[in-house]
Every structure is written in C-alpha cells, then in structure tokens.
Design a protein around this ligand. Structure first.
Ligand SMILES: *Cc1c(COP(=O)(O)O)cnc(C)c1O
Length: 358
C-alpha cells in the first residue's frame, strides 16, 4: 500500500515566481526559509535557480549553509543575521547577513577588518514590526554618524510590512512613508520591502527587490479574494481500514463524535504529528474524487477518521485528499483556525515528498 504522499508541483512554483516578478516589475527573490515552507528546499531551490532566480532568503545560518550545498552560485541572504562566531562560515560560503542592530553592524565591521575587504550585507530598519531591525533610535544614530557602516558593502536597505495582506491598512501607509524617508537618506543603496502580499499592493510597496515566500508555494497572498497563485501542494493518504459502527457508538479519543446511524468509518495514517493540527477535529473536509469526506472525531497523533457512509467506493487503499484542487491549503488552514504558512511549515517528515513533473 502506498504511503501518504506530499506532492509538490515545482513547475507551478516557477510559474508563481515568474508571475510575482512580472507583477512586481523588478528583481524578485525567493524566500526559502523553513525548508521552503516545509515543501523541501532541495526540490525547489535548484529549480528556481535554473529558472533564473538569483537571490534567495533563508532565516538562519544553518539553513543558509544547507542551501549553499544545493545552489552554488546564487546570492543567499540570512534574515536572522550572522550569529556571533559564525562570521567565517559567512565569508567562506558567500552568505550575506541581514544586519538587524548596531551591534550586528559593529560585529560585521569586525569581520570585514579580519577579512581585509568590504563585506556585503543588508541593513534592516524596523518600520513597525517591533521584531528585528534597527529601531528608531538606532536609525537616528546611523544618520548622525555613518561610520558605523564603514567597511560594509551595503547592498540593500530593507524593512518588513506588518499587514500587507490587509487592504488599505493604515499601518502599511505609515510604514511605507517611514521606509521612503529611510531610502531617501541612502540614495545609493537599493531597497527591499514587499513580501508576497506586498507585491499585490502595487506601487505602494514597490522597491528594488521583492521577497515573496508563501505565494510561491500557492498560499493566497490576497486574503478574502480569489487566490491568484497556482496550487503547488497536494497531500493524499490511503485508507488503512474501514469499520462499521452502530448508532450511538463513538469515534476517537473522548468520543467527540457519535454515530446517529449505522456508519462506515475510514481511518488514514496521518495525524497531528504530521502537521495536521488537532483543531481540525470534527472540522476537516477531505475530498475523494471531488466529493466531501468529513473528518469525524479527534485528530490523533498518527491517525484520523472519516465518515464514509455515503461514499461506498471508499475502501481500504482508496486515497483521501487532504489538500488538493478542491480543497486548497488556505481552506484547510481556515478549518484549523490558522494560516497557510503554519500548515505548510508544519507538514512533518513522514510524508514521501515527490516533485510532480514539470
Ligand atoms: C518570511 C519573510 C518574507 C516572506 O514573507 P511571505 O509573506 O511568505 O511572502 C519576507 N521578508 C521577511 C523579512 C520575512 O521574514
């Protein structure tokens, strides 16, 4: 019997990257942090590089080193910066840190002195996220005395939007205004602002380098509107067993679903250990040949159960689609009470990940 299969349409990822680049109208990177949002950077990054993507973002140093093993030439930037003591890894493997504080700048200057050459970096200035990046005080200090950047080849000044997926969000306008002032103070440095949703804000968030992530993988960047991206992920699992229960019998831990009639229950071997959250209990609507297959009872660690009383063709070995053409990752995320990002990045290590042929 086949195992649960996570199929990744890498051709659709490339098509999504191209359409995002066309919409942005300028250079467009690919954010492949968290193993390309759980789908497998090894499947995706080399294909994007071959398609012409020259800039990649990851979150951590270890992700960057793993990615360097997959793609030799392209530029790799590290959003969380260069951890103290890892400067040598960065210079020898041509990894570019995002400098998120004045302390980061000072340390990268030290690395440049040690290397005897200017070292490339991005400078992240916080415009409202209150997470990473120079705060307002640090940015003022840079404006007063730019020597804190001496020896650093500043390639981009960047910031990150708080609510890019919300139409007409006032905080976006405020951030864009702050970022315009920051960019104006550094006229010789290229800019980077939009994430996936930011690209759909058009001129509002246009910069020299866009940084899309989730939209590459088929997540909907325009909340509340039809998804403009091509679907990338299908997730299917075979039925392990069918059992028939009588009226009044319950299914799963704590008996949260009780049969009102004689019912056929199908069990598949996927659970919350595989990244399908327990909040999907009694909520997930899987599909089989386009028909809805309702999950009943609790999601357990390695199993889930479906009421297939009205679907007599579902027998052991039949495939149940958890994510697919009629039930996108955003639909499943909504049923789980979360976002596509969290679903994708939680998909566990027990799936067979296959690249759907281009
Ligand atoms: C994750 C991340 C992105 C990509 O965001 P998406 O919403 O997935 O497009 C871009 N920039 C930064 C700083 C990020 O952390």
């Amino acid at each position: 019997m086949t195992a649960p299969i996570l199929s990744v349409d890498v051709g659709a990822v490339v098509a999504n990257w191209r359409s995002l680049a066309a919409l942005h109208g300028g250079e467009t990177a690919a954010v492949v942090k968290a193993d390309a949002y759980g789908l497998g950077a090894g499947l995706i990054a080399p294909v994007l590089a071959r398609a012409g993507c020259q800039r990649f973002f990851v979150a951590t140093a270890d992700e960057a080193i793993a990615l360097r093993g997959l793609i030799a030439a392209p530029w790799i930037a590290v959003l969380n910066g260069c951890p103290a003591g890892r400067e040598n890894d960065f210079t020898t493997q041509a990894l570019v840190p995002v400098l998120n504080s004045l302390a980061d700048c000072a340390r990268w200057q030290g690395a440049a002195r040690a290397a005897g050459r200017a070292l490339p970096a991005l400078l992240h200035v916080d415009t409202g996220m209150s997470r990473l990046g120079l705060d307002a005080g640090e940015w003022s200090a840079v404006l007063r005395d730019r020597s804190c950047l001496n020896g650093i080849e500043l390639q981009f000044v960047m910031s990150h939007l708080v609510s890019a997926e919300v139409a007409d969000a006032p905080e976006t306008a405020a951030q864009v205004a702050r970022f315009a002032a920051i960019a104006a103070a550094m006229p010789d440095v290229a800019t980077s602002l939009a994430n996936s949703s930011g690209i759909f804000l058009g001129d509002t968030a246009r910069s020299d380098l866009a940084r899309p992530g989730v939209a590459l993988y088929g997540g909907n960047p325009v909340t509340g509107q039809p998804n403009p991206m091509r679907a990338v992920v299908t997730l299917a699992a075979p039925v392990l067993q069918i059992r028939v229960i009588g009226p009044g019998e319950t299914v799963g831990y704590n008996g949260t679903w009780r049969a009102a009639r004689r019912s056929r229950i199908a069990t598949i071997g996927v659970g919350y250990a595989d990244g399908l959250p327990r909040t999907l209990s009694n909520r997930l609507t899987a599909r089989h040949d386009g028909r809805v297959v309702p999950l009943v009872g609790r999601v357990s660690m390695d199993l889930m159960t479906f009421d297939v009383t009205d679907l007599p063709d579902i027998v052991p070995g039949a495939m149940v689609d958890l994510i697919g053409p009629d039930h996108a990752v955003d639909d499943l995320a909504a049923e789980a009470g979360t976002i596509a990002y969290e679903i994708l990045t939680s998909l566990g290590q027990r799936y067979r990940r296959v690249a759907k042929s281009v």
